[in-house]
Design a protein around this ligand. Structure first.
Ligand code: NAD
Ligand code: LMR
Length: 332
């Protein structure tokens, strides 16, 4: 029997990531090739005409799984009945704007949209925040939507995770699908800590540690980390726009694994509400290694943490605590 359609909200749908993301969702990349979807697309009034153009293209593409499209500038209409919410909309940093100005604009958007989601989304709606500052926007959304379970509010660090897999695959000249269990700890910012201490590569004689195969700790503890940390800036420099297709694809990976489960023996990185695991202060949205099953994520426990990692994990937690304080000062 055909499945009931799931309603998927994409905010900022007239933007660059939105334009890459909505066809992926309509093709089944996010929720599976047998899962019909109804797309809810939200943007702001100045982008309404462009948003309507995206809707026209979705109709023209005749996606078999796409059972309906809502394109609106009304946040309540956009949020009504949605099962998955991908929050991409936000205010970009403009010339002359201070970090605090960008933070101020975005956290007030996320405070407002939290209330609309809380009041109108389907029960158990899963939320993924993509827009920057992603961890702190997600935290504000969680705190201003108290009836949405905290485990349902996450942010995107899967792009950083995939970037780390890509760097290892290029360095070792192996298939990216044979590399697994890298970890992104912390913030989706240049303070994040990409960690390969538990990562492996599938070889003809079984899974081998990345550290053993790369055999160059100087590279793994230096250039590898900074390349992943600064990849977003490198893409902006090259394209003059921030990453879009890789962000959209990673958002699909994040939701697909959350809803349909991670493969046995594989963990992925998700920004989730900290419960104090690994000594990370509770009350931050922090990227951890997780496994998913039955629609729930679980932080991978018991991984040994060396002194080098500890310092980097603490530094990115410290940055998130400062962002949280700044966000609250903006909302006062
Ligand atoms: P964009 O500027 O092309 O698109 C953003 C869209 O959001 C625009 O269409 C804008 O009109 C809309 N918007 C603004 N305010 C809104 C509101 N209140 N409600 C709904 N829509 C609103 O930007 P983009 O390149 O698509 O990037 C979107 C966000 O994602 C940015 O914040 C970017 O920094 C972030 N990003 C995050 C990651 C990640 O891995 N977490 C990766 C890449 C980009
Ligand atoms: C990215 O990681 O590509 C983006 O978050 C960069 C940005 O500032 O938009």
């Amino acid at each position: 029997m055909a499945k009931e359609p799931m309603r998927v909200l994409v905010t900022g749908a007239a933007g660059q990531i939105g334009y890459a993301l909505v066809p992926m969702i309509a093709r089944g990349v996010m929720l599976g090739a047998d899962q019909p979807v109804i797309l809810h697309m939200l943007d702001i009034p100045p982008a309404a005409e462009a948003l309507n153009g995206v809707k026209m293209e979705l109709v023209d593409a005749a996606f078999p799984l796409l059972k309906g499209v809502v394109a609106t500038t009304d946040v309540v209409e956009a949020c009504t009945g949605v099962n998955v919410a991908v929050m991409v909309g936000g205010f970009p940093r403009k010339e002359g704007m201070e970090r605090k100005d960008v933070m101020s604009k975005n956290v007030s958007i996320y405070k407002g949209q939290a209330s609309a989601l809380e009041a109108h989304a389907a029960p158990n709606c899963k939320v993924l925040v993509v827009a920057n500052p992603a961890n702190t926007n997600a935290l504000i959304l969680k705190e201003f939507a108290p009836s949405i379970p905290e485990r349902n509010v996450t942010c995107l660090t899967r792009l950083d995770h995939n970037r780390a897999l890509g760097q290892i695959s290029e360095r070792l000249n192996v298939q990216v699908s044979d590399v697994k269990n890298v970890i992104i700890w912390g913030n989706h910012s240049s303070s994040q800590y990409p960690d390969v201490n538990h990562a492996t590569v599938k070889t003809s004689s079984g899974d081998k540690p990345v550290r053993e195969l790369v055999a160059d700790d100087e590279w793994l503890n230096g250039e590898f980390i900074t390349t992943v940390q600064q990849r977003g800036a490198a893409i902006i420099k090259a394209r003059k726009f921030s990453s879009a297709l890789s962000a959209a694809s990673s958002a699909c990976d994040h939701i697909r694994d959350w809803v349909l489960g991670t493969p046995e023996g594989t963990f992925v990185s998700m920004g989730v509400y900290s419960d104090g695991s690994y000594g990370v202060p509770a009350g931050l949205i922090y990227s951890f290694p997780v496994t998913c099953s039955g629609g729930e994520w679980k932080i991978v426990q018991g991984l040994p943490i060396d002194e080098f990692s500890r310092k980097k994990m603490d530094a990115t937690a410290q940055e998130l605590s400062e962002e949280k304080a700044l966000a609250y000062s903006c909302l006062e």
